[in-house]
Design a protein around this ligand. Structure first.
Ligand code: BES
Ligand code: ZN
Ligand code: ZN
Length: 489
């Protein structure tokens, strides 16, 4: 697929369709009105008056052989009320255009930036959204593959926005990389395979990478991670990917820790069969960290960033850990494993400790950690927990700027007693209620004293239904927020 930014006037470009963004109020069509052929103006106005096209968010309509255009079609995309305009809306509009076009076999699109937002923001949002819209989780379909795929995506704007355009490409590419990893089934993407993919990505991107194997993990005393891994024939891995700038801003080293359980059966505390197949996505946190690193290698923030991705398969078998087992984490804290299905926090415990050992000063972790966060927040917002309100507000604010929605969850010290164990330092579960909070409380024990944000993405990492601008399946959250955070810092 070719992507380009060119300043050719929209009337002159020869493409399958020129994409124009319009608002709900017909008046806003005046953006283009004066320069259009009168017959085309009448045609578009008629679309509004008869209600065929209202300009509502992500509404799309096609006009064939538009007078005065070299392109064979105009694709009108609604962006809703002009007072509600944002880069996020433009990104989604571009994705909607691409998905509408792909379904109709249009392979070549030229996107015209809407004037309602800053031009640089628009250029980036358009190419980002368009590329995100092209992703389909169809890697294992042998029929109809690559039939209607887009060949060219063009943004029509001043070439002075080349940097913003390239950033959009890098970010969407990273998010799609994460989505591809998350979509991989458990039999193919084992912990070793994930490490291998991270290794390939890092080498190609020019990042440092280190993979801790089973032996190294044992030497380092990561007993909490090992306990989870021992039920599987697949060996665990801990992948470390490092980005280091030439002249780093002193005093800050961002650590990105991501849960990568390549399949979660629950272990001896086995899950019910219904929907267990979804548990291949239990590595979405780790995949997001790897995606973010892929983009950061190109965008080059001024701070060092290290991703730490612990990976295991949570299985049952003769060697599997039992409910009631006690393990010793790398930090020295002992844990009574009362439920083997609460495995994410066990592998993250050692990863958070290791990130501290590697010199990180600020931590963000992402994990499909609890069903309880899905009960609390549904599929719209990521649950965000912290031991530092200042750090959390920075993370959340940055996420908002790139259209990812987080929601602050409580972590009062009173919750701590819920994960006390009569025989060890901590228990890996609390009582039934407040399950997302007790899970976060457990992680806090290993993140302290560093400022840390925990993102529970169990409800948001997988889209149950297709959106006009995104395929159903892996969402790639919170890749954009993490990239924006590193750049902002
Ligand atoms: N990977 C799951 C979290 C999950 C559960 C995501 C359901 C999406 C839907 C995690 O490892 C898990 O099983 N958590 C348990 C914790 C419980 C045993 C305390 C849960 O949420 O049920
Ligand atoms: Zn589990
Ligand atoms: Zn899990």
């Amino acid at each position: 697929m070719k992507t380009q930014l060119i300043s050719t006037p929209k009337e002159k470009i020869d493409s399958g369709a020129v994409v124009l963004f319009l608002h709900e109020e017909q008046a806003n069509f005046s953006d283009f009105k004066h320069s259009f052929d009168p017959s085309l103006v009448t045609l578009i106005e008629e679309c509004y008056t008869c209600g065929e096209f209202k300009g509502e968010s992500f509404e799309v309509t096609l006009i064939h052989q538009p007078a005065g255009f070299c392109a064979s079609r105009l694709l009108l995309v609604g962006l809703g009320k002009d007072t509600e305009m944002s880069a996020a809306r433009v990104r989604q509009g571009a994705g909607s255009a691409v998905r509408f076009a792909t379904k109709r076999g249009i392979q070549d699109l030229a996107l015209v930036p809407p004037s309602a937002i800053d031009s640089g923001d628009a250029v980036q949002a358009l190419i980002e959204g368009a590329l995100l819209g092209t992703y389909e989780p169809d890697a294992y379909q042998t029929q109809n593959k690559n039939v209607n795929n887009i060949t060219t995506l063009t943004v029509l704007s001043d070439e002075k926005w080349a940097k913003r355009f390239d950033a959009g490409v890098a970010i969407a590419d990273a998010q799609n990389f994460t989505r591809t990893l998350v979509n991989e089934p458990g039999n193919i993407l084992t912990p070793n395979k994930l490490a291998e993919k991270a290794h390939q990505m890092a080498l190609a991107a020019g990042l440092d990478v280190e993979i801790l194997d089973h032996e190294r993990i044992r030497e380092l005393g990561m007993g909490s991670l090992l306990g989870v891994a021992q039920g599987s024939a697949e060996m665990p891995t801990m992948t470390i990917v490092k980005y280091a700038p030439d002249n780093p801003t002193p005093g800050i080293h961002l650590g990105l820790v991501g849960k990568a359980v390549t399949f979660d059966t629950g272990g001896i505390s086995i899950k019910p069969a219904t929907d267990m197949g979804r548990m291949k996505y239990d590595m979405a946190g780790g995949a997001a960290m790897l995606g973010a690193m892929k983009a950061l290698a190109r965008l080059k923030p001024q701070i060092p960033v290290t991703a730490v991705v612990p990976s295991v398969e949570n299985m049952l078998g003769p060697q599997a850990q039992r409910p009631g087992d006690v393990v010793t984490s790398m930090s020295g804290k002992t844990i009574e494993v009362l439920n083997t299905d609460a495995e994410g926090r066990l592998i993250l415990a050692d990863a958070l400790t290791y990130a501290q050992k590697l010199g990180c000063t600020h931590l963000v972790d992402a994990a499909t950690l609890t069903g309880a966060i899905v009960i609390a927040l549904g599929h719209e917002r990521v649950g965000a927990f912290t031991n530092s309100d200042e750090w959390l507000s920075r993370v959340t604010r940055t996420a908002e700027t790139v259209g990812e929605k987080f929601w602050a969850m409580p972590l009062d010290s009173e919750y701590k007693k819920l994960i006390e164990s009569p025989i060890a330092d901590l228990a890996n579960i609390g009582p039934r209620w407040g399950g997302a909070i007790t899970a976060a409380m457990f992680l806090k024990e290993f993140a302290d004293p560093l400022p840390w944000v925990h993102l529970d993405i169990a409800g948001t990492a997988w889209l149950e239904e297709e959106k006009p601008y995104l395929a159903a399946g892996p969402s790639g959250i919170p890749v954009r927020a993490l990239i924006a955070l590193a750049m902002d810092l």
